[in-house]
Design a protein around this ligand. Sequence first.
Ligand SMILES: Nc1ncnc2c1ncn2[C@@H]1O[C@H](COP(=O)(O)OP(=O)(O)O)[C@@H](O)[C@H]1O
Ligand SMILES: [Mg+2]
Length: 328
Amino acid sequence: MRIAFVGKGGSGKTTMSALFTRHLVALGRPVLAIDADINQHLGQALGLEDTQAAAVPPLGADVAWIADHLRGTNPLLPSADAVIKTTPPGRGSRLLRLDPGEELHRRFARPAAGAALMATGEFEPEDIGVSCYHSKTGAVELYLNHLIDGQGEYVVVDMTAGADAFASGLFTRFDLVVLVSEPTRRGVGVYRQFRDHADGHRVRLRVLANKLAGQDDVTWLRGELGSALLGAVGQSAWVRAAERGATPDFGELEPHIRRELATVLAELDGLARDWDAYHRDTVDFHLRNARAWGNRSAGADLAGQVDPGFVPGPAALTPVAEAAGVAG
Ligand SMILES: Nc1ncnc2c1ncn2[C@@H]1O[C@H](COP(=O)(O)OP(=O)(O)O)[C@@H](O)[C@H]1O
Ligand SMILES: [Mg+2]
């Protein structure tokens, strides 16, 4: 299952991504955390030293390898050059499970706080839009499009700040998108803006309020957001201590924050992915990108990359595809 944390810079996306990751680890669940924010801080928030965080190989630096790996033996994709970030998997594509032994994970994932961590590498706001061929978030989009994850295993993505998150199809790749927001009118405004962007797409958007001052904040937020409000987190001495370089034990995190994390997890665990609908979105975004820039850039009609009748999901993990995934 996949969850993304989005929101304005400074709202606490990275903090909540890291806490949620640690919560999953504490429960013994397998988790891959992906830093897909412009400024890369998830490694530090997961307790890595700066040098260790900098040593996580950036996905964005190796998009061609990723494209080549994922296209596998898909006859509709004769070369890595043909693959754009929205290219959907088809028969012959390499479908990945959340398996640490898989070559892509061996290459890019590094241990952090008991989880696996991958990172896009730092990027510029211009990297996010619709038309970037080798964009860094594009590497994540392509990766997620080929990932067959199931219940009880998790991908946690720390996303780009602001509405930029909606500039690509990436935001439709998650089971749950959590907007981290401060308990202010402005924060609620950001939620409404995000909701409008998500409108017409199959996106489950919920708000996790952060940096609450008191119970009044919760009452007010509940009135403004209704059932979209998933939880509310107050100031955390644990987070402040961790931010200053102490390494407090996760068991010492404030109990009220643990409860909010449990609520987020319960929401995520209550969902089941509809692979057919999910794949329709994959194809829809691909055709849009093809028309907007891909066809021009490739000099070919990229609609031809869609394998009709193919839908990814556990059933598509045939013994052959699985063997290919494990053997790399
Ligand atoms: N609940 C909290 N309690 C204390 N400090 C927090 C809390 N949430 C976030 N912070 C602090 O606020 C700052 C911004 O948080 P961060 O997660 O980096 O935001 P973002 O990733 O959205 O830009 C960081 O210094 C972080 O330690
Ligand atoms: Mg951040």
